[in-house]
Design a protein around this ligand. Structure first.
Ligand SMILES: Nc1ncnc2c1ncn2[C@@H]1O[C@H](COP(=O)(O)OP(=O)(O)OP(=O)(O)O)[C@@H](O)[C@H]1O
Ligand SMILES: [Mg+2]
Length: 600
């Protein structure tokens, strides 16, 4: 008997479903995209148990006749393309004719639809890929698709789903992405019977963006050349986020998460945004559909461009142009210009090296160099011979003595440079300390310890509670962690659909920008998968709080303040790396200096 045979249709659909339907959010995406393709101007989405129990999408699109409805659940049946030429010039979101049969093969699926002019509507009920019922049903023009008990017949897939809150968050993210792409369409979202979001049909993209990316000024990009058109709104590099979730990208109105596009955006922002942070915003790339292949990814979330290089260049020109004109650049350029001028000023007078900001409290570098208080030791035991690079040394490699007790307090403090680095001297050389990283480490350990010992007595009540706008996903996380955050000194309540009312914050955060603290905290928690308790991700939470409460770059530090910081560092368990793993201090040994000056 032949060993190779064709698989039954139900099984083929289940296999296809494995690629297309990962979780309730994927069902939401496919159904909403079908509604958009059907020309709907009103789409409502109802979720139960984060979509695990139920996803229902109702639209006022053109609906389907009985014959079309029956066809729509067949595999590879689509109204959107006809031949190979169409495949290479796709103007709709769907084109494979796979979504509905795939979803129907792994759920209890009910569709009620009616087309303009039909005498009655059609209802189809399918259970795990088996058609159970087809009948006439009363229905307004449009479609309603209901997907119950996703993966009820594929237990291993069901097991991979997360808690309802987490699945809800993912589904809401998909809805936001779709809603941003169609400002003219109204979206209503309810969860467990409660309306949680309403995006009324907006007149402009800017209005929709303001609803979905609240609380930060965004700047217009409007660009067109022979390769593509790019428009949208992007945020300042000074207000970045710790994940890419608030950076929405579209190609021909299709939401994509494309590595190539993301990389170019990040390159444009370059050094203006902190490492590990991402700008916020939404950008829309329009290009001749014949030059964009959307058939490269099972969930249609990546695209391939013909003439990729030119596309990259155009995106780069569009975003760099906007960044160069944006208001924050003025400050950035002024600061850079001033730094250059200062540098030449100092060069003219080589005697003036001290940083004026602390010259009254700390000895100048010039003075330090002539005092010869420490005799440089040649052949420092801590560095391998023949080493010429001074900047690639980790603090560990730079000397074990950095780990000894009281190391930082015993340094001779020379001053601060670049309003960020503290310059010190010890018998082996120069020690440079990143004041922000150091303070972050100290605060991180304190916050963590207080939480674990339940010793957060320093919560500070705000005179007037502050309302902080957050994104939907962040609100969800806020709801989940309201109580546990109390142990960290936060007292807040969810306020309306997209804000929290903050009543108390930990004392050390009282001068911070609460909106950013909250958004970053919830964004961080949300991005960490499926935390059941705050404690599971305590390090990440404490690191974020520490970052917001720490002295920043660009802050002049007096000798007194530096000394306090050194004592705190010595009291820390691990003062040598900031909570994000970056080094706090590095050493340039005399040995290295001698090599640099070719003395050896
Ligand atoms: N909400 C709807 N309103 C009207 N017609 C619909 C709706 N949903 C689906 N259809 C019809 O059913 C067909 C099959 O839908 P399905 O989502 O399975 O495939 P598709 O959208 O063509 O391609 P893809 O698999 O890429 O989504 C569509 O081509 C469309 O004609
Ligand atoms: Mg579809």
């Amino acid at each position: 008997m032949a060993k190779i045979r064709t698989l039954p249709d139900v099984l083929v659909s289940k296999i296809a479903a494995g690629e297309i339907v990962e979780r309730p959010a994927s069902v939401v995406k496919e159904l909403v995209e079908n509604s958009i393709d059907a020309g709907a101007t009103r789409i409502s989405i109802h979720l139960e148990a984060g979509g695990k129990r139920l996803v229902r999408v109702v639209d006022n699109g053109h609906g389907m006749s009985r014959d079309d409805a029956l066809m729509s659940i067949e595999r590879h049946a689509t109204s959107k393309i006809r031949d190979i030429d169409d495949l290479f010039s796709i103007g709709t979101l769907g084109f494979r004719g796979e979504a509905l049969p795939s979803i129907a093969s792994v759920s209890r699926f009910r569709m009620i639809t009616a087309a303009e002019g039909s005498k009655s509507g059609t209802e189809i009920y399918i259970e795990g890929g088996v058609v159970r019922k087809i009948k006439e049903a009363a229905s307004p023009v449009g479609s309603s698709v209901e997907v119950k008990n996703l993966f009820f017949n594929t237990p291993p897939r069901l097991k991979f789903l997360k808690r309802p809150e987490t699945e809800l968050g993912r589904a809401l993210e998909v809805i936001q992405r779709e809603a941003l792409s169609r400002p003219g369409v109204s979206f209503e979202v309810s969860s467990n019977g409660r309306t949680i979001h309403r995006y009324g049909a907006s007149e402009s993209l800017a209005q929709r963006v303001a609803q979905i990316i609240p609380g930060t000024p965004l700047y217009l990009v409007d660009f067109e050349d022979e390769t593509l058109a790019l428009h949208g709104l992007l945020g300042s590099p000074l207000d970045p986020r710790s994940s890419m979730r608030r950076l929405f990208t579209y190609v021909n109105s299709r939401s994509v998460r494309d590595r190539f596009i993301n990389r170019i955006i990040m390159e444009c922002y370059g050094r203006m945004v902190e490492k590990g942070k991402y700008p916020q915003g939404a950008i829309f790339i329009e290009r001749d559909p014949a030059l964009v292949d959307v058939n490269v990814h099972p969930t249609k979330s990546e695209v391939m461009f013909e003439s990729q290089y030119e596309v990259g260049q155009s995106i780069r020109r569009a975003i760099s142009g906007m960044l160069a004109d944006a208001p924050w650049m003025k400050g950035y350029r002024e600061r850079t210009q001033k730094a250059i001028e200062d540098f030449y000023e100092r060069k003219k007078d080589p005697g003036v090296y001290e940083n004026r900001d602390y010259s009254t409290t700390a000895p100048s570098l010039k003075a330090a160099s002539t005092q010869a208080a420490y005799k440089p030791e040649t052949g420092s035991p801590h560095l391998p011979n023949g080493d010429s690079s001074i900047f690639e040394k980790s603090p560990e490699a730079a000397g074990e003595d950095m780990f000894s007790n009281g190391f930082y307090s015993n340094l001779r403090f020379l001053g601060q440079v670049g309003k960020l680095y503290l310059v010190c001297e010890d018998p082996d050389g120069i020690i440079l300390i990143d004041q922000h990283a150091a303070h972050e480490r100290v605060n991180f350990e304190r916050i963590r310890k207080s939480y674990l010992e339940e010793a957060f007595s320093c919560s500070q009540k705000l005179l007037i509670p502050e309302v902080v706008e957050l994104a939907v996903r962040e609100i969800n996380t806020a709801r989940q962690f309201t109580n546990e955050m109390g142990k960290l000194g936060f007292d807040f309540e969810v306020f309306g659909e997209s804000a929290v009312r903050v009543k108390s914050v930990p004392g050390f955060l009282r001068d911070s920008d609460y909106a950013r603290v909250f958004a970053d905290l919830f964004d961080e928690l949300d991005g960490l998968g499926d935390p059941k308790s705050l404690e599971e991700h305590l390090d990440a939470v404490c690191a974020t709080m520490a970052c917001h409460s720490s002295i920043t770059a660009n802050r002049t530090l007096s000798e007194q303040e530096a000394r306090t910081l050194f004592a705190d560092m010595d009291a820390s368990e691990n003062p040598h790396a900031c909570p994000h793993g970056r080094p706090v201090a590095t050493r340039i040994s005399y040995n290295m200096l001698e090599k640099m000056f070719k003395r050896t």
